[in-house]
Ligand binder design. Structure first.
Ligand code: SAH
Length: 251
């Protein structure tokens, strides 16, 4: 059996209770060493076999799973944040299906949640934005034509950009060309929930300078949108004049 486990975005106590239990029971752990906090390996059994997938190919990862399976062992594949976001898990699932190896998935706290927590922000503010666009700037990995940043920008929605801190020139240019004002509030969250977490608030047009000045080159999320501003409307849900399924409006 292979368990895909979301490690959470950094702090070892941000893994789920289920994820921690699976880690503590695993015979083999394959963790994404480039991003997963190694402190999470403290949950592992003493005699657990541990592999760092940062140095491995998909084929090598599958080989480890296959050999563990043949010995009746349990494997945890530990991915950073939540594995459904830029986790490269689908290709692993499909290989395991081909091999007839059973697997399941345990969700994790994505860095997009970790970053919002660090900023004490709400992505979906009433009358500001009710949509979160999770995307990346095109770089060595291509992005489908209809998902170019410039097109996505036309919505003016909350934007969460993964894997893009090294491409901020393009991010600024494309978001502004697509319709965001240069002074749109923005933030860079470096290593959300790690001990060395850092938050930089700035304007969209200052993103690149802010990253350069503070030497942020990786493990950061870029957030853009008026959810970082000061204006919003109150929620209907908690409005005394609004009736909900659970509460009558006050007269
Ligand atoms: N599955 C992960 C994302 C993996 S892609 C998740 O759900 O968070 C790797 C990218 O995620 C990094 O380049 C960075 O943009 C972002 N990232 C991962 N961990 C982060 C953290 N602790 N703080 C800020 N960004 C992080």
């Amino acid at each position: 059996m292979v368990h895909f486990v979301g490690a959470g975005c950094g702090a070892p106590d941000l893994i789920t209770v289920r994820g921690a239990k699976l880690l503590s029971e695993a015979d083999v752990i394959i963790y994404a060493g480039s991003l997963v906090n190694p402190a999470l390996l403290a949950y592992a059994k003493e005699d657990c076999e541990i592999h760092d997938s940062a140095k491995m190919t998909l084929e090598q990862v599958i080989e480890v799973m296959k050999s563990a399976e043949a010995q009746g062992k349990t494997t945890v594949r530990l991915h950073t944040g939540d594995s459904s976001i830029y986790g490269a898990v689908r290709e692993q699932f499909d290989k395991l299906i081909e091999l007839g190896i059973e697997y399941d998935v345990c969700p994790g706290v994505s860095s997009m949640s970790g970053a919002a927590a660090a900023l004490k922000a709400e992505y979906t503010l009433p009358e500001v934005s009710q949509t979160v666009i999770v995307t990346r700037m095109e770089g060595r990995t291509p992005v489908p034509e209809k998902e170019k940043l410039r097109l996505l920008a036309s919505h003016g929605a909350t934007m969460v950009l993964f894997l893009s801190v090294g491409l901020l020139d393009g991010v600024q240019r494309e978001l502004m060309a697509g319709g965001y004002a240069p002074e749109t509030p923005a933030a860079i969250v470096y290593k959300a929930s790690w001990p060395d977490e850092k938050i930089f608030r700035c304007r969209l047009c200052d993103l690149k300078d802010t990253a350069e000045k503070n030497n942020v080159k990786k493990t950061a999320l870029i957030l853009v949108g008026h959810f970082l501003g000061d204006e919003y409307a109150r929620s209907k849900l908690y409005d005394p004049a609004f009736t909900t399924e659970f509460r009558e409006a006050e007269k």
